[in-house]
Design a protein around this ligand. Structure first.
Ligand code: HXC
Length: 257
């Protein structure tokens, strides 16, 4: 499929989605959110793809929901539009999503990054939830995912003041997995996704599901789900191959079976 607001490419087993509304700092209008959902769902369904990178531009990953589009909307407009359905398609993606953030990741842009499984940031990245300055609050999970990622103190600080944090603070706070020089951002994000894509896929999707369970269930239930997946992986050929290869001191040949 061809899109207007996102660019889609593949790099080996990695799907690369580039948000592409540079004149508006990649503001997330309804079309972009829909196309992003379609692009990610297509990669999720593609056997040749093992992981997906989502990146923006140099100046902005995404500066949030489109304020021009929202400015005149009523409660009924926003309620009936329910962009949540489009966002859920990202959350439904079973393959790992890597966000490569440089420049601004604000509002819905920060929330988009937090819906991904790993955030890699350029040293010039800036994160924030400035919604309060517009008379609204985050609406795509920002209050929930930020609080889980960085704790209550910093989440309250950011959400109540609308201030931005730089990449160093974001990394220190646990929002960002790795910091890299800006010019190496895409390359590093693709290298991480490529590494993930090279590993046995059934275990990879199970691992993502298990880590996510840590945030969606009490500890005992998450641990039970993890144990069941752990046990179930002994039914895969890749478990036999991975362990045999280790013992025979050779490289494993994974077949995603
Ligand atoms: C629409 C936007 C935009 C946005 C930037 N632009 N952000 N348009 N929606 N969120 C547009 C500007 O209007 C401008 O268009 C062009 O992009 C360049 O932006 P400038 O402001 O001129 O650039 P700069 O001075 O470098 O400042 C960059 C910035 C600033 C700090 C990122 O643009 C900014 O503060 N943007 C808004 C950030 C924000 O409040 N985000 C939260 C949105 S609410 P023109 O046509 O003038 O060139 C949200 C809610 C999510 O995300 C949940 C909803 C359910």
């Amino acid at each position: 499929p061809s899109f207007e607001t996102v660019l889609v490419e593949t790099r080996g087993a990695v799907g690369l989605v580039t948000l592409n509304r540079p004149k508006a700092m990649n503001a997330l209008n309804a079309q972009l959110v829909r196309e992003l959902g379609d692009a990610v769902a297509a990669f999720d369904a593609d056997d040749a793809i093992g992981a997906v990178v989502i990146r923006g531009g140099e100046k902005a990953f995404a500066a949030g929901a489109d304020i021009r589009e929202m400015a005149e909307q009523s409660f009924s407009d926003v309620y009936l539009a329910d962009l949540g359905a489009a966002w859920r398609r990202l959350l439904d993606c079973r393959k790992p999503l890597v966000a490569a953030v440089s420049g601004y990741a604000l509002g819905g842009g920060c929330e988009l990054a937090m819906m991904c499984d790993i955030i890699i940031a350029a040293e010039d990245a800036r994160f924030g939830q400035p919604e309060i300055t517009l008379g609204i609050i985050p609406g795509f999970g920002g209050t929930q995912r930020l609080a889980r990622a960085v704790g209550k103190a910093k989440a309250m600080d950011l959400v109540l003041t609308g201030r931005m944090m730089d990449a160093q603070e974001a990394e220190r706070s646990g929002l960002v997995a790795r910091l890299v020089p800006a010019e190496r951002l895409t390359e590093e994000a693709i290298a991480i996704a490529d590494r993930i894509a090279s590993l046995p896929r059934v275990a990879t999707l199970s691992a993502k599901e298990a880590v996510n369970a840590a945030f969606e269930s009490p500890l005992s239930e998450g641990a039970r789900a993890e144990r069941r997946s752990f046990q179930a992986l002994f039914a895969t050929e890749d478990q036999k191959e991975g362990m045999a290869a280790f013992l025979e001191k050779r490289k494993p040949q994974f077949r995603n079976r």
